[in-house]
Design a protein around this ligand. Structure first.
Ligand code: ADE
Length: 230
């Protein structure tokens, strides 16, 4: 999978060198390119924002640098298939495990990280002439910009690419894969600071273990995320 990121703060993405994503890059499973939006400005101050038409608080990101940045990426990438543009925004559709699964099958993702009060709306319309466009929100809260949201999405999406995670069966048993929260896990020692691992896990009885885990999943989900059971 190829991933391009456009941001006015490229160093945010330096951490993509480490951990599983870093290993996947080294293995050639992920081809990640981070671009500085300001490289596509032509004035002395490298301006990327301006006041909003119609008035109001804050600044809006200008369309011209975005247009040039997106054109440069699209013409540089080998055209396997039209890219999918992702613009993180609190005004977008909610990002879930199912969104991550869907996006993990796309050959080319382009993340556009907005700052300030957002990006001129015409940029999204223009991106739509080059590929699919998704406005995606991490949740009902406001971040300072799309960088942290893009990082979270890149991690959630890329770990679903075949070959990324050492033991693929671990992906099937985690929170949200079956619509429920994950069951509690324990490891050795069987007794620690007066707290014992539940007997059933030491019983060696696979059927009873599976049943207990499922009950725990239901109990946790009912307690912490009743909305998932609706
Ligand atoms: N940018 C600012 N807030 C955001 C959010 N909640 N999700 C995605 N992108 C954002």
């Amino acid at each position: 999978m190829r991933i391009d990121v456009v941001s006015i703060f490229p160093p945010f993405f330096d951490v993509l060198e480490v951990s599983l994503v870093g290993k996947a890059r080294a293995k050639g499973l992920l081809d990640i390119h981070v671009h500085d939006l300001r490289a596509h400005t032509h004035d002395r101050h490298r301006t990327v924002d301006d006041t909003p038409y119609g008035g109001g608080a804050g600044m809006v990101m200008k369309p011209e640098p975005w247009g040039e940045a997106l054109d440069a990426i699209v013409s540089q990438a080998a055209p396997v298939a039209p890219p999918t543009f992702i613009f993180p925004s609190p005004a977008g559709e909610l990002f879930t495990q199912s969104t991550a699964r869907e996006l993990s099958t796309c050959p080319h993702l382009i993340f556009g990280c907005g700052r300030y009060e957002g990006i001129d709306e015409r940029v999204f319309e223009y991106a739509g002439t080059l590929g699919d466009v998704r406005m995606i929100s991490l949740g009902d809260y406001v971040l300072n910009g799309g960088e942290v949201a893009s990082m979270a999405m890149i991690e959630a999406i890329s770990r679903l690419i075949p070959g990324m995670v050492g033991n693929p069966s671990s992906l099937l048993e985690e929170s949200h894969e079956d619509g429920l929260l994950e069951y509690p896990s324990y490891t050795k020692p069987a007794s620690w600071r007066g707290r014992d691992v539940p007997d059933v896990l030491l019983s060696g009885h696979h059927g009873r273990v599976a049943e207990w885990r499922h009950e725990m999943q239901l109990e946790r989900t009912r307690e912490r995320r009743p909305d998932l059971l609706d």
